[in-house]
Ligand binder design. Sequence first.
Ligand SMILES: Cc1ncc(C[n+]2csc(CCOP(=O)(O)OP(=O)(O)O)c2C)c(N)n1
Ligand SMILES: [Mg+2]
Length: 563
Amino acid sequence: MRGQDNMRTAAEALVDQLIVNGVHHVFCVPGESYLAVLDAFHDRAVDVTVCRHEGGASFMAEAVGKATGRPGICFVTRGPGSTNAAHGVHIAHQDSTPMIVFVGQIARDMKGRDAFQELDYRAAFGGIAKWATEIDDPARVPEIVSRAFYTATAGRPGPVVIGIPEDMLTERIAVPDAPAFEPVETWPGATDMMKLQKLLWAAERPVMLLGGSRWSPAAHAAIARFAERFALPTATTFRRGPLFDALHPCYAGDLGIGPNPKLVARVKEADLVLLVGGRLGEMPSQSYALIDIPGPQMTFVHVHPGAEELGRVYKPHLAIHAAPTAFAAASEGLQPPNELKWAAATRTAHADYLAWTETPTEQPGGVNLGAVMVWLRDNLPEDAILTNGAGNFAAWVHRFFRFRRFGQHIAPTSGSMGYGVPAAIGIKRLYPERTVVCIAGDGDFLMNSQEYATAAQYDLPIITVIADNGLYGTIRMHQEREYPGRVSATVLKNPDFVAYARAFSGFGVVVEKTEDFPAAFKAAQASGKPAVIQLKIDPDAITPTMTLAKIGAAAREKQKQHG
Ligand SMILES: Cc1ncc(C[n+]2csc(CCOP(=O)(O)OP(=O)(O)O)c2C)c(N)n1
Ligand SMILES: [Mg+2]
């Protein structure tokens, strides 16, 4: 601690409060608006990752929040720094991820003049942050930072944005740290659990769906035991695959984009749906077509840690206000009925999942992305972590990679492009000993690939596999479906990705044939550098089951029929 007296600057108190709350990593782009905080980092035990774009920094913090369940921390400068970071704030909001973004602010005595880079954070972030505030009184730094940890993690977790005026940060104060925060657990009541047991006993075709945040390795294990004792067919919702071991005999599959039609039918026909942790938003609900709104057609039990989410979209027959961690622990007390009428159906559900994911589908072109995913699932170490952003390439991840361990997949349910590279960097900072692989599209990769400079700076040998089809493929697919043959703003002229990786002191290799992928991956690993593997994907290979040509032909046929 620097200073001539026993007082600290507000900036020092702020960083000390982070340390009290167990923060080891912060991600930032510096700004003159919060120099005093940068100075406080100088001699404190916090690992600072300096990034190249606030979007990247906010994604790294969000990824750390996702992986740990504790707020990921990001520092950005005022005005443009904060709006760049807004992307990560939106992901944390949609994905229910705890995160705290500290934003520099102009001096308090200049407020309201539209001073240099001035922005009203309460107004700008009011709609996407769980709480947006500003600290005007330096003596309240410990109190407000402490509250931010509670707010970000309690109920439905989310992002907190805190403005820190530069003149406030340099004031010296004599206030003690606030005590370390304790995450608030939300336990289900015994009556609710008994009601659930009764409903399960009366069910004929139950299905359990897992989603949301506030899970843990212990909850992962407990929910698997619950599923097993009740022989409950269990699906994970969009981008929450690692909540359940894909090879568990109760695993029924991934309910996301392009799901197994048999799984969709199974959920539709269920007489009881037990949704734990998730919101069943637009993607897993197949555009809100799976379960009737507001009154579900089946008995619908919703377990969620945010009271405001219960009854928000679907009116549950039984609402259980509980965190998945607490619910999973409480599920150990439930007794299965004597006869598990649905046990055979559960075995079929798992067999259907295995059949759907076993073998890569036929694809045009030299590289089959499905085969690449199957190779990765068979060859990556058990504790490897996959990240990705958004694009059609991700459909192969969801379909063919079988997530077996908690936290093995870090990806945005908000469908944000550009997420995979910074997420991989944030995760590799957190777990340097684990293999971290980012699967990216060519469009997706370039949205935040400048963070390869960050990977190089901190010696982080992440590996990105780029599915390069020369397209904003997802949009090209929708275009072909709605406006066949009328290609507009979806074709990409890409850089030389290998040279790009090398320019960042990384390793790069091109793969033109599926059979060359294993050697390329091993070379990337052996390089010990941030690596890029560019897969040359045929643009016609647009989904695991459809080609662009087929989509276009079907669209033209439809147009003909409708005159
Ligand atoms: C930040 C952001 N911008 C735009 C979009 C809209 N969008 C969704 S997928 C996509 C194209 C993705 O292209 P690419 O990464 O090359 O993957 P592909 O679909 O070709 O496999 C776009 C533009 C988005 N989801 N996120
Ligand atoms: Mg593409």
